[in-house]
Design a protein. Sequence first.
Length: 427
Amino acid sequence: MKIRNSLRFRIICGFCLFGAILSVSYGIIVYVSLDMIDDHLIDSRLSQEVEQLLTHFRENFGQSFPNSPHIQVFTGTGAMPKAFQEALQFLPEGLHERYINREEYHVAVQLVPELVEPVYLLYDVGTLEFTEKRKVGIALLLSMGVLLVVALGLWIGLWMSRRVIAPISQLADRVRGLDPEDFPTDLPERVYDDEVGVLAVALTDSMKRVNTYVAREKQFSRDASHELRTPVTVIRGAVEILESSQVNSDPVLQRPLARIRRAVSDMENIIESLLWLAHHEALSENRVTCRPGAIIKEVIEQNRNLFRENPVDVDYIAEADPELRAPPAIFRIIIVNLIQNAFRYTVEGKITVRICADRVTISDTGVGIDVCDLPSITEPHKRGCKSCGFGLGLAIVKRLCSRFNWEFAIDSEPGSGTTVQLIFPPS
């Protein structure tokens, strides 16, 4: 599972993100509030200076306005530097904030009835080094606070994720080692009486329904396959009696008897496959091995007899005889399906069976498979246009191969033949 998809990772990220957003928002609010308070204090100071200036002007009429260390007083804009004139000459009466030569100034414009031009009071904020340093210090302090809150959110996220995920992890560990066919009914009693307990109850109920369904399907497969064996055996015995009698010399009956013989063989193969699938156990418990060489030679000879009316040559090439981790009966089911298909759809031509260390290849020069049918040829009840079966053979082969981690590859060209491969994993 990818880390970013885990619930624990999402909880940690959620706490960190929440802490970051909260601390950054708080820091911005504090910083802006402090800046607004500074501006308000400076404007209040300017308002006081204006009142004092007017009082001084009325008491000492005709004298120049006094200057303070941080406030410059101008009557009109004529005595100002040019940069100040351009920035201040059209300001209305009141308090203003302007940047002149990259310096911040708070400006008070006051109209005095006795004077023709307004009076300008300029407060140079840039001279307040203590205020600027204080702002930088506050910004650094707030940044450290943001990092501290994010780290705290990370720690809380780790702690909370362990507390939240622990019951789920415990439930997963208990379920992981259980046998699906022997699922405990007291699983909900082993976990907390919370949402995880509800999940355990739902999981137990679901497994009960699945096990009931699987048991019913297995029982049906066993019963159906067992009941089918008797009539198939009777039919095979009847065919063998007819073939050994004088009836077999009748050329009119030879072809129907051959078709019955092949149909019986197909039915026996399907019954064996279904029975094995019904009794299938976990592959980890299966320690049976087999050698493919002898099984393949036996199946080739059987199909030569089944399809002896077809002029087909068979090349058997054994470059190796690897040991396969599979029951011999199951490998035989797979090989019977594949070789029988090669004989069935090769009316005249050649079949080549090659055994290598890592694969078995079966090639024929038969009718081939249409391109439109090839992608779905291994799906249940899907068969090619020229098929006369029920569409189970290759589906069963594909299913059995997947059980043993074998790769089943099929390639075909209409009119030229088909090649199928069983590719085994490295031992």
